[in-house]
Design a binder for this molecule. Structure first.
Ligand code: PLP
Length: 441
């Protein structure tokens, strides 16, 4: 710990210099951010896009690249926090949106795309026998919680420390001032025995277990097969609804992580890439649970939402999943991500630096540590000097990653792009060798 503090102190002057260079070469972003702070708290509308000294204003994007307001071009490895599977200008999606536009907006009825998209989703994730669309992953998780509570007539949710299910279902190190007023019981992610004990102790009160099969915002920590398998077994035995939040992870395999592990949750929530780059959410699962939304058969749950089936999202999502992110494309992209994580690990070993990339497939987070990371308490916050320096220096080289170290590959990222990125990381490790945490190996 003391070493970490000393390292941080040594990094401060480098960080200050990097921030000064950043501010100097981004005058247009700087001015726009200052102006935005008068209207938007902290000058933005999405927490994860902010980083000090100010976030870049992105003027346009093409393929895997984005250009900021000052004209700098970057390889976009933020990948819209995993939503940006298709890159910025995917032709089949643009065509689908143009075609939809030509047929009119605000159609005020079921349209010609939502059934096809629902069918495609059910085909890839067979646990989603019936599903409904909504506007975001956050909403999808709220609906899933509501469905489980209604179906079981029980109140509580079991969630995990450090998990994120949208702005109103967030259970980080400290709880926000307001979350959804639903009683929760918390357990530790990947703690098989501890969680089993919590489940059994609360069995008669628990409506659902809400779990990300890989913690995304929590640091790209995969749930172990033992842990997720135990959740499936215990919840089935105790009559608790198992909800897989696959908002982020459904891109990791053609059938999501549930497909990779051969597990069948009772409910699943989706978001992000399924909208083809537009706002999207969906939730669904076992017919007997989702039938509570079928008013024809006496179902008592109602789900309104002006834009739930908006034709632009339905069209973009359908084109994206059907024509572009096919099962084969999905496997290839995730294999590329596996190779990148391995290459980052090899670089770290060569420099004898404690750096690793955790995650699955093409969704990962870098950590300046070589301990085994199985729980969010093992993850440094995004604001450590080293994380910030790493991000700013990579930006200088034309590589845009998230401050928290998150990297999400999109389809247009090439092997040559990744070689360039690995070269930039190599340079960082060489430049700062003396200040970086040494590997224990
Ligand atoms: C696992 C998970 N659940 C829910 C959400 C919320 O989705 P949205 O941002 O679409 O509301 C996110 C967003 O990052 C997420 O990663």
């Amino acid at each position: 710990m003391q070493t970490a503090v000393r390292e941080s102190r040594d990094l401060e002057p480098l960080l200050a210099a990097a921030e000064a260079r950043f501010a100097q070469v981004h005058p247009a972003s700087r001015e726009r951010h200052a102006r935005a702070c008068d209207r938007l708290p902290a000058g933005h509308s999405r927490q994860t896009l902010y980083f000090p000294p100010f976030p870049l204003t992105i003027a346009r994007g093409e393929g895997a690249r984005v250009t900021d307001l000052d004209g700098h071009r970057y390889l976009n490895l933020v990948g819209d926090y995993a939503a940006g599977v298709f890159g910025a200008s995917c032709e089949p999606i643009q065509r689908a949106i143009r075609e939809a536009l030509a047929q009119g907006l605000s159609l005020s009825g079921p349209n010609l795309r939502e059934l096809e998209l629902a069918e495609l989703i059910s085909e890839r994730l067979p646990s989603m026998e019936l599903l409904r669309f909504c506007n975001s992953g956050s909403e999808a998780c709220l609906y899933a919680a509501q469905t489980a509570r209604h179906a079981t007539r029980r109140a509580k949710l079991l969630v995990f420390h450090g998990c994120y299910h949208g702005s109103f279902l967030i259970f980080g190190a400290s709880d926000p001032p307001l979350t959804v007023p639903v009683p929760v019981v918390k357990a530790r992610y990947n703690d098989v025995d501890g969680t089993r004990a919590v489940l059994r102790a609360n069995a008669t009160d628990l409506a659902a277990v809400l779990v990300e099969p890989m913690l995304g915002a929590g640091g790209c920590i995969p749930g172990t097969p033992d842990f997720l398998g135990m959740l499936r077994e215990e919840t089935a035995r105790l009559g608790i609804v198992l909800v897989f939040d696959e908002v982020m992870t459904s891109r990791l395999g053609p059938g999501g992580v549930q497909g990779l592990l051969g597990l069948r949750p009772d409910l699943t929530t989706l978001g992000k890439f399924w909208g083809g780059g537009l706002s999207f959410g969906a939730f669904g699962g076992a017919r007997e649970l989702m039938q509570h939304f079928d008013s024809r058969g006496g179902g008592q749950l109602s789900q309104a939402g002006t834009f739930n089936n908006n034709i632009l999202t339905m069209s973009a999502g359908l084109a994206g999943a059907r024509e572009v992110y096919t099962a084969e494309a999905c496997r290839e992209l995730n294999a590329r991500g596996d190779r990148l994580r391995q290459a980052l690990g090899a670089l770290a070993r060569r420099h004898r630096v404690a750096l690793q990339a955790t995650g699955l497939g093409a969704v990962m987070t870098t950590h300046w540590s070589d301990r085994s990371i199985v729980d969010p308490s093992h993850v440094d916050p995004p604001t450590t000097p080293l994380r910030r320096l790493f991000q700013l220096e990579l930006l200088e080289q034309g590589y845009y990653i998230a401050q928290r170290g998150m990297i999400n590959l999109s389809l247009p990222v090439t092997e040559a792009d990744l070689d360039g990125f690995l070269g930039a990381v190599d340079g960082f490790l060489a430049r700062h060798a003396k200040l970086l945490p040494p590997s224990a190996a």
